[in-house]
Ligand binder design. Structure first.
Ligand SMILES: Nc1ncnc2c1ncn2[C@@H]1O[C@H](COP(=O)(O)OP(=O)(O)OP(=O)(O)O)[C@@H](O)[C@H]1O
Length: 444
């Protein structure tokens, strides 16, 4: 006799309870093909209650293509068996119910609602075995509480952040260097339902152009000379079930922008050297300190990709536009002293005024640096070099825009030649080495 403490003593009720907790759709028929038992998942799929189906012939309920009544009479089961029930494609498994070696009925279990659900389940399984070891190291380091400040623009960022965390849309975070773009990307992941999954961060500016491909998409075993014999998991795959953070997205080479766009459109990646695409479930968050508008105009950033990844936008305010410098300075000073073990120091009214007069081109990162120095030396030395940084930034912009133009021509030549660097260099009338140099100026 079947017993289960706390579940009552009625065996039929107990059986019902168990079956209703099986999420797969399950139905049993007697030797004539009439339904004797059907669980809640199947009733739900059929859009009715148990009483609507028990006693009816399986072909009346599921449709003429079912074979369950035939299996109940001794036909060989076919598993998995494709079935369409109420417009829903299923893969089903059938098994005869035997008594003294003779069939007295059959049980049918719908395994997956469609081949793509099956593929997804298989990939989930594969990923759950292969990815966790890699993903375990990819965790968020910051939450929304780490975002210090009491400023209207920062409050607007917090609101946007909370709204974005409830959705799955791509987010583009913009702002000058050091304004907290990476911090807020971590916080976004930590607030989202994906928080238990990995947060995988890739800095597009720090990976050589020729490696970004394999870094993001991974490669198959032996995909190219020097490739690991076991193949490599790409960062997009490592981010499966979590968030992929692409920092400095403005530095992504044009040919890769096309690949990323395809991933966003299809939800699938193709590893370098592979032919079969793989479905990956990840959320994309990007950041840039560059003006993507300028790059859109210059043609170095694809407009179609831009619209895809900038569905939701968060602009981090520069420190000089914020009204809470005293509060941020004091909070950071306390945090830095707690983290470093250095004795606490406070800031006088005069010192706070000096902080407020500075333009902070390096934003909160620069402020952290000044305050750390203050904790160590007791002197509030604000970097004079950084105060004049605006002028040098403008001078640098001219140079950068020339570099961008050249890189754009190089990328166009590369596209036109199907990725053949030698040929692209020849068309531009430069050497391969010059070609690499031009591209690396933008990429590294
Ligand atoms: N509002 C804030 N509150 C507390 N710390 C902050 C805040 N904004 C930035 N920081 C700190 O400033 C430093 C720089 O932040 P972060 O790396 O997120 O900036 P970023 O905008 O991504 O910079 P970059 O564009 O150079 O990559 C980090 O140590 C971060 O913790």
């Amino acid at each position: 006799m079947l017993t289960w403490p706390g579940a009552g003593t009625d065996e039929a009720q107990l059986l019902r309870l168990l079956l209703d907790h099986v999420s797969d759709c399950l139905v049993a028929v007697d030797g004539t093909g009439h339904i004797v038992l059907i669980n809640r998942s199947y009733c739900h799929l059929l859009g009715g209650e148990e009483d609507d189906f028990v006693g009816r012939h399986i072909t009346d309920v599921v449709g003429p293509q079912t074979r369950l009544h035939l299996v109940a009479q001794g036909d060989t089961p076919m598993s998995p068996f494709p079935l369409e029930v109420r417009g829903q494609k299923l893969l089903a498994r059938q098994a005869p119910v035997l008594k003294d070696g003779k069939p007295i009925g059959a049980v049918g279990v719908a395994l997956f609602s469609s081949p793509s659900a099956l593929r997804r389940a298989y990939q989930r399984f594969e990923t759950s075995v292969a990815v966790p070891a890699a993903a375990a190291t990819w965790r968020t380091r910051f939450g929304i509480d780490d975002l210090v400040g009491n400023d209207p623009a920062l409050d607007a960022c917090r609101t946007r952040l909370r709204q974005a965390a409830e959705t799955e849309f791509p987010v583009l975070i913009t702002g000058e260097t050091g304004t907290g773009k990476e911090l807020i990307a971590h916080a976004l992941h930590a607030l989202s339902p994906r928080a238990p999954g990995p947060f995988v961060s890739v800095n597009c500016a720090s990976i050589p152009a020729e490696l970004i491909d394999s870094e993001l998409f991974g490669y198959e075993a032996g995909a190219f000379t020097g490739a690991s014999s076991r193949g490599k998991l790409g960062k997009i795959e490592v981010a499966s079930g979590g968030t992929l953070f692409l920092d400095e997205i403005g530095d992504m080479p044009v040919h890769l922008q096309g690949s990323l766009l395809r991933v966003l459109q299809t939800g699938e990646i193709v590893r370098v050297g592979a032919t079969v695409p793989k479905r990956i479930d990840f959320r994309l968050v990007c950041a840039t300190h560059q003006s993507l508008d300028d790059q859109l105009t210059a043609g170095t950033f694809r407009r179609d990709l831009f619209y895809r990844l900038a569905v939701l936008r968060i602009r981090m305010p520069p420190l000089r536009e914020r009204i809470d410098l005293a509060l941020v300075g004091t909070a950071l000073l306390n945090r830095l002293s707690a983290e470093s073990g250095l004795p606490k120091r406070s800031l006088s009214a005069e010192q706070l005024q000096r902080l407020e007069r500075h333009r902070w081109p390096g934003n909160v990162r620069e402020l952290e640096s000044v305050l750390t120095r203050y904790l160590v030396t007791g002197e509030l030395a604000i970097d004079e070099m950084s105060a004049s940084a605006n002028i040098s930034t403008e001078a640098a912009t001219l140079k950068v825009s020339t570099d961008i133009q050249r890189a754009r021509l190089a990328e166009e030549a590369l596209l036109a030649t199907g990725g053949n660097i030698g040929e692209a260099a020849r068309r531009l009338g430069i050497s391969r080495a010059q070609f690499y140099r031009i591209r690396s100026k933008i990429v590294s």
